[in-house]
Design a protein around this ligand. Structure first.
Ligand SMILES: *[C@@H]1O[C@H](CO)[C@@H](O)[C@H](O)[C@H]1NC(C)=O
Ligand SMILES: *[C@@H]1O[C@H](CO)[C@@H](O)[C@H](O)[C@H]1NC(C)=O
Ligand SMILES: *[C@@H]1O[C@H](CO)[C@@H](O)[C@H](O)[C@H]1NC(C)=O
Length: 441
């Protein structure tokens, strides 16, 4: 239909020009002055030819698309084709073990929790960025940088980075996405080797070791994104997508809550809106697409979401489900165990000892949220992570039993434990045909 319409429009165009040509030259003057006879006849013939062409053109419209439509199909003439070839050339399953890149972020008073989470998810193969937002005093940022600097393992591996620049982050606003994108940009620039990016907060904690995670993910396509998503519909669509908010974190130096305007905007028609969990595990190729922006779509959506409430729950979701290249790569799960009140309140339940069994049974590799030094964290350390000293147990720790990770062995030697069995079961469910059919509805 669209093709036919475009065709008609472009045919009408020269047609109209001919008509103008005809009318301006076909007065009495043209009849009196024979000099005008030739152009008049010429345009008449052209008119007839065009008419015939347009009539026949209608019949073979399908076989003969106009150049405008060719842009979408053809690969060889335009710069974007190179990028698409590059995307296709990315290896699906690599023989090498995967590497993960973590962003761990927190605010004032979170530095100790962040260090604990960092140690629990540490593995020499991975990359880590720590970000304390602008509410944390400079002293706290200094403290966390010092503890990273003074750790002999971090110093040797150089894979933990503390961001000196700290952003003012509004949790429901676009400044949260900007901060996440900045961390990804740093990781893309700093390190060539990582396959997936995850974001954790100070109140997140792992339920499996990194050996478990790397072992299970080594078997997975490197193109799979874990992002819980669903299409935004019903009252939620009207409430969220029509409202316009302003995040003062974008331009004020002190934190204040997002502002709601009285004006409303219409629903988008050039893309569909998706929503889901703000906790994500995304592939390097998808994030390169978002950050490097060779396609304008991720950038346009970022601008659209500037005035959207709870944008971290929608930005990546809307980009992935509207991009042809990535549409089929999203698995709708956020890899977290999160418990809610019934009916759900604004924040999830803080997990404690009584939630331990539910956490383990969920088979999720991460859980949230935990109070600082909650006793259940010690139970997780002891029973799930084998974390006796700084780090969770792993094949790379080859020292004596009083601090095994103080001596570093081969980091491609994994010692998966019971956590890998749980995670493998979860991943199997998530990658099943039945589950994948729910992708980007
Ligand atoms: C990343 O993690 C934080 C937790 O610190 C979360 O609040 C945020 O919304 C997450 N997602 C994105 C897309 O930034
Ligand atoms: C990898 O996948 C294959 C086929 O699906 C399966 O048989 C095997 O057990 C998996 N290995 C690991 C380490 O998960
Ligand atoms: C580390 O272990 C892997 C897998 O077992 C092996 O292929 C590699 O050669 C080892 N590297 C070193 C430096 O020993």
């Amino acid at each position: 239909m669209k093709k036919l319409y475009r065709k008609l429009v472009s045919i009408r165009d020269p047609f109209a020009r001919v008509k103008r040509h005809v009318s301006s030259h076909s007065g009495f003057r043209a009849l009196r002055d024979r000099k005008w006879m030739f152009p008049f006849l010429a345009s008449l013939i052209m008119l007839i030819t065009l008419l015939i062409l347009s009539i026949y053109g209608k019949f073979d419209a399908k076989e003969d698309p106009l150049p405008l439509d060719v842009v979408v199909e053809s690969n060889d003439y335009f710069v974007e084709s190179d990028f698409r070839t590059y995307l296709k050339s990315k290896v699906d399953v690599s023989p090498e073990l995967p590497r993960l890149a973590y962003l761990i972020s927190g605010t004032k008073g979170d530095s100790h929790r962040m260090m604990r989470t960092l140690q629990a998810v540490y593995h020499p193969r991975n990359q880590y960025v720590l970000h304390l937002d602008l509410e944390a005093p400079p002293r706290e940022r200094m403290e966390i940088a010092m503890s990273v600097k003074s750790d002999p393992t971090f110093r040797r591996m150089e894979n933990v980075r503390v961001m000196a620049q700290s952003n003012l982050v509004t949790y429901k606003g676009p400044t949260m996405i900007a901060s996440t994108l900045q961390a990804v940009a740093i990781l893309l620039r700093e390190s060539l080797h990582w396959d997936w990016f995850l974001n954790l907060s100070a109140s997140d904690y792992p339920l499996v070791t990194q050996d478990d995670l790397l072992y299970v993910f080594s078997n997975l396509s490197r193109n799979v994104n874990f992002i819980e998503h669903m299409q935004l519909t019903g009252w939620k669509l009207n409430q969220r997508a029509k409202s316009i908010i302003v995040d003062p974190g974008l331009y004020l130096s002190k934190k204040s809550d997002i502002a709601w305007t009285t004006q409303r905007r219409s629903l988008p028609t050039s893309f569909k809106l998706f929503t889901g969990s703000a906790w994500i595990m995304l592939t390097r190729s998808f994030l390169e697409y978002c950050i490097w922006g060779w396609d304008n779509f991720p950038r346009t959506i970022l601008m659209y979401y500037t005035n959207f409430v709870s944008s971290p729950e929608g930005y990546f979701h809307t980009v992935i489900c509207n991009s042809k290249e990535f549409l089929n790569t999203g698995i709708s799960h956020d890899l977290h165990y999160i418990a809610w009140d019934n009916p759900p309140k604004q924040h999830p339940i803080s997990l404690s000892l009584k939630d331990f069994d539910n956490m383990v049974n969920s088979k999720a590799p991460f859980a949230r949220k935990f109070h600082k030094n909650d006793p259940v964290l010690d139970k997780i350390d002891k029973e799930l992570l084998g974390r006796t000293h700084r780090f969770s147990s792993g094949g790379w720790c080859v020292g004596s039993s009083d601090d095994p990770c103080s001596v570093q062995g081969n980091d491609s030697v994994l010692k998966p434990g019971p956590g890998s069995v749980r995670l493998q079961e979860l991943v199997q469910t998530l990658t099943s045909e039945e589950f994948r059919r729910k992708q980007c509805p």
